[in-house]
Design a protein around this ligand. Structure first.
Ligand SMILES: [Ca+2]
Length: 529
């Protein structure tokens, strides 16, 4: 090629580049078990979260965001793949196959500088990240160990603060010629709720209002709720409640004492039992839970401040959500798993270029939609293998007329850790139908009249066979069948014997220890993945 022709080609290429829309940076902040109703922008009655609220004011607060399988590991596989558990191969706590296609790989191949810091919980080394530094399994709140490509290392301090520091250090040391994609994944506020000292003290005497359903008797819902073991009353241990063992107990005796559920507790010389004890347990658990949430909120504030200081806020999409919902004493429960509202519903806040400030979209979205949305925001194609849909148009304020009206849900881990019975179901804007398939029992709720799901319309024979309820039941059953067909759910993991093998927890073996590191040393060691 003659020099003049080569110059022309180069100029045309340059012009095309200049004409292409600028690709935004993306910071995806994820927490673990954060109830949507523990964010003030969502109307929390129990806490105030000024920094998450900044995202809501400056961006979109999605009012109807849900997960499709309310539990850590499956939710994380869905986040990456945009697929249901039965498609991505992670229905329970089994390892994710890192050779699969996923959102970070596509961003990396599309020219993004990619990184993940914090909780991973997918049981295999991360793929698709230029830098990765993740907790083994659940990880530790204090002086946590991390996995990096070349081994393990530890960092002194509190995990929430460290995870934020690692995220900011990843951003600070990024190459300047690429947009960035950071997944900043907090361990908090997961059980067993060990807040940083400042926030612990801040909530040490908190007395949050109790939900109306703390003493739920499960009338009309006899199938699964009475059998589950995630109740405030009967399942929080002395360890959860941070009770101090008698000094004469040692070793196994001490562990046993901590693992037991107390039936009476002496509080300042008064022995609490019965309802008073349940109220105390709720209060004690919430103090630490909310203090852990506050640590996450503090961290979000630091990331937003850093983006402001670096003049990056206008070029960076910030997304905040969590891996599953959380019961804050609702229905007498803690934990998640169930597709009742507190379990299935999650916060989802998005701010940045292409997002309408202060908007509150009401469309029903789910975690299968996150990967397609992130790719869309980055200007990259969405593969057909992703089962969700980009909600980027909704973030811009558009109202797509063909947007899905319902979310399909499926939870497998039965008996699992808390004897939560396996179920699937559908949630529409107004109703929810749940099928506990191993018990062949159904529950139907009118979410408009009964938002706390106290009245199963199928419990009473006369009500269940009334024309209106029977019609609704038939319609929603048909909708479940339609969605199962649409998403290709053939029930392949319905039987526990079919679950993929392997664990995402357990000790780290076979990786060399790199010793204690500072945050900047740790990020330097996080490259090469
Ligand atoms: Ca979780």
């Amino acid at each position: 090629m003659k020099p003049a022709a080569a110059l022309l080609v180069a100029l045309v290429a340059l012009a095309a580049l200049a004409a292409a829309p600028r690709r935004p940076n993306i910071v995806f902040i994820f927490s673990d078990d954060h109830a949507w109703h523990a964010i003030s922008a969502y109307g929390s009655k129990v806490n105030v979260t000024p920094h998450l609220d900044r995202l809501a004011v400056g961006g979109a607060r999605l009012e109807n965001a849900f997960v499709t399988n309310s539990i850590c590991t499956p939710s994380r596989a869905t986040l990456l793949t945009g697929q249901y558990s039965h498609v991505n191969g992670v229905p329970v706590f089994n390892p994710f196959d890192g050779s699969r296609d996923h959102v970070a790989k596509r961003l990396q191949a599309g020219g993004y500088h990619t990184g993940i810091v914090g909780k991973w919980h997918l049981g295999s080394d991360p793929t698709g990240f230029d830098r990765w530094i993740v907790l083994p399994g659940q990880g530790a709140y204090r002086n946590p160990t991390f996995l990096v490509p070349g081994g393990t290392l530890s960092i002194n301090g509190h995990c929430t603060e460290i995870t934020t520091d690692l995220g900011i250090e990843f951003l600070r040391t990024r190459p300047r010629d690429k947009p960035f994609f950071l997944m900043l994944h907090h361990k908090a506020p997961h059980r067993n709720w060990q807040p940083d000292e400042a926030n612990r003290r801040r909530f040490a005497n908190a007395d949050p209002p109790r939900p109306d359903t703390l003493f739920d008797d499960y009338a009309t819902r006899p199938t699964a709720l009475p059998e589950n073991k995630q109740t405030i009353a009967g399942d929080l241990t002395r360890r959860d409640l941070k009770l101090e063992p008698p000094p004469d107990l040692v070793a196994k005796q001490r562990q046993r004492w901590l693992d037991d559920v107390p039936e009476e507790v002496d509080v300042d010389g008064t022995v609490l039992t019965g309802r008073a004890l349940v109220q105390w347990k709720y209060r004690r658990f919430m103090q630490d839970y909310l203090a852990c949430v506050q640590g996450v909120d503090d961290g979000v504030g630091r990331v937003l401040d850093w983006l402001d200081a670096e003049n990056l806020a206008n070029d960076t999409v910030v997304i905040y959500t969590t891996d599953n919902g959380w019961f804050m004493g609702d229905l007498g429960l803690y934990d998640k798993r169930f597709m009742y509202e507190p379990g299935m519903r999650v916060p989802l806040l998005v701010r940045g270029p292409g997002v309408r400030p202060g908007s509150v979209p009401e469309q029903v979205v789910a975690n299968i939609d996150l990967a397609p949305t992130i790719l869309d925001l980055a200007g990259l194609p969405i593969p057909d293998s992703m089962q969700g849909r980009s909600f980027a148009p909704i973030l811009r304020g558009e109202q797509p007329t063909d947007w899905p009206k319902a979310v399909y849900y499926r939870y497998y881990h039965d008996p699992g850790h808390h004897d939560t019975r396996a179920h699937y179901g559908v949630r529409t804007a107004t109703h929810k139908l749940i099928h506990y398939w191993r018990k062949d029992a159904w529950e139907l709720y009118d979410l408009v009249k009964d938002p706390t799901e106290q009245h199963n319309l199928l419990f009473d024979e006369a009500e269940a066979t009334s024309p209106a309820v029977a019609k609704l039941f038939a319609e929603l059953r048909a909708e479940i069948e339609r969605l199962q067909k649409h998403y290709g759910d053939d029930g392949r993991y319905a039987d526990p014997t079919t679950w993929p093998k392997g664990s995402v927890d357990g000790p780290v073996t076979g990786k060399p220890s790199l010793g204690a590191k500072t945050v900047s040393e740790a990020i330097a060691a996080a490259g090469g993945g």
